[in-house]
Design a protein around this ligand. Structure first.
Ligand SMILES: [Zn+2]
Length: 427
């Protein structure tokens, strides 16, 4: 309805540029400009002297490395996003979308199969363009700063596994969405929504149990001081913990991490082997206390709920736009189709996604503070937890002084100094 009103108002302006095209171009421009401004502020914010909290933690050479790491990565991202934007604009204004459609139509009759091939080719092209950047990032940048542990074999195997999995999971899901919008009329969006919700819930069980083991080895933590300390802590906060897993993160990178995945019986607490190498027992308990804090504070459910609501909104908006003629005119298409509508809506939606992303990250940063507070309160050893965070920041060459605008746009976790300050205030 709203869509109809908007389209009606602009219908008589055919000689001008299509208004949807204008909206997309403005959104792309604003997004690019904002990110470049934030990047420049972020680089300008770097200081040669160490913050007080890190005075005894960093050797000067490694601290200079951390700044160089940020500079190199920022410039690399500029290059990667310029290339992908240039390719996208060339395909768009070179009438690439209708050309591909005509070619697919020349040999495929079924709209669903045609849609799978059309979208599959676009996804494959996008992946091919980003491949050299991924190679460079892993084997040149990460290598230079001493992080890379991926060898060519692991890299290629990862690529093959990701492609096969993407096909196995993506093709049925996409075929379902295309079929609903092709055949279910006005009900399509909420049928799709139900399907997507079921998919999201099922993946919570499938990912930790079936998918992650395809990429990494998970071994139960051996009995000993560390395991006893973790189990005792979990019991003290009433966290139902059966096992802690150690993941061979060192297979790909020297960077260290810990995470929590899945629900119910299938949930896992995972420590990277690289984390265990560098931290003492009290520090590791602090890190896991933070992860269990996310569970006890129900952050995982809230994030999931936010994802479900978000996907409902997206699908509803999709149902308004998917067959709107201006959307197809914007991309020079003379024939409408569900699959092309899906692609173009995805492009039109990205500016909205940008704003929702900012909101989700604010939510996530708030949750991180809450999990930190939980860890500090329940372990009664806030200093060990602070020590762990400092070690992690140094080890992973985190930026100690990100610019607030950059944090606002990009950070899912608060900056390290803010976290330390907040934890210090907990007694
Ligand atoms: Zn966290």
């Amino acid at each position: 309805m709203i869509g109809g009103l908007i389209f009606g108002a602009f219908a008589d302006r055919e000689d001008n540029m299509n208004f949807i095209a204008v909206i997309i171009l403005i959104a792309l421009g604003v997004n690019l400009l904002l990110h470049i401004i934030a990047d420049v502020c972020n680089l300008k914010n770097l200081r040669t002297e160490l913050p007080d909290a890190f005075r005894d933690w960093y050797d000067p050479k490694r601290y200079r490395d951390s700044q160089e790491y940020l500079r190199v990565n920022t410039k690399f991202e500029w290059l990667a996003s310029s290339v992908s934007l240039a390719v996208f604009l060339a395909v768009w204004f070179g009438h690439g979308f209708p050309l591909l459609d005509q070619w697919v139509r020349s040999f495929l009759q079924s709209p669903i199969i045609r849609g799978l091939v059309y979208i599959g080719l676009l996804v494959a092209a996008k992946a091919l363009i980003s491949l050299p950047f991924s190679v460079y990032s892993t084997f040149v940048i990460e290598e230079r700063f001493g992080f890379n542990r991926t060898d060519a074999k692991t890299f290629v195997l990862d690529l093959i596994k990701q492609t096969v999995l993407g096909g196995l999971i993506g093709i049925p899901l996409l075929a379902g969405i295309l079929s609903f919008f092709e055949y279910a009329g006005a009900n399509a969006w909420w049928y799709c929504w139900m399907a997507v919700v079921v998919f999201m819930v099922v993946m919570q069980f499938v990912v930790p149990t079936w998918i992650m083991p395809l990429f990494n080895k998970f071994t139960p933590l051996e009995p000993g001081e560390l395991k006893t300390a973790i189990m005792n802590y979990a019991e003290s906060i009433g966290f139902p913990l059966k096992n802690v897993f150690v993941m061979d993160g060192s297979k790909r990178s020297a960077k260290a991490n810990a995470f929590f995945a899945g629900f119910g019986r299938h949930k896992r607490i995972v420590l990277f082997d690289t984390l265990i190498e560098n931290h003492g027992v009290a520090e590791l308990v602090g890190i896991l206390a933070h992860e269990m804090g996310h569970y006890k504070k129900k952050h995982i459910y809230w994030m999931m709920l936010a994802g479900i609501i978000q996907s409902g909104i997206i699908l509803y908006l999709l149902s308004l736009f998917i067959s709107a003629p201006p959307l197809f005119e914007a991309f020079y298409m003379d024939q409408t189709s569900v699959y092309a509508g899906l692609v173009f809506f995805g492009i039109l939606y990205s500016p909205i996604d940008f704003f929702i992303g900012i909101f989700m990250q604010m939510f996530s940063r708030k949750n991180e503070y809450a999990a930190d507070r939980f860890a500090a309160e329940t372990t009664e050893r806030p200093n060990a937890f602070i020590r762990a965070l400092k070690k992690l920041a140094v080890h992973n060459l985190s930026n100690l002084r990100p610019h607030p605008l950059y944090v606002f746009l990009n950070y899912s976790h608060p900056p390290i100094l803010d976290r330390i300050e907040a934890i210090s205030k907990v007694n």
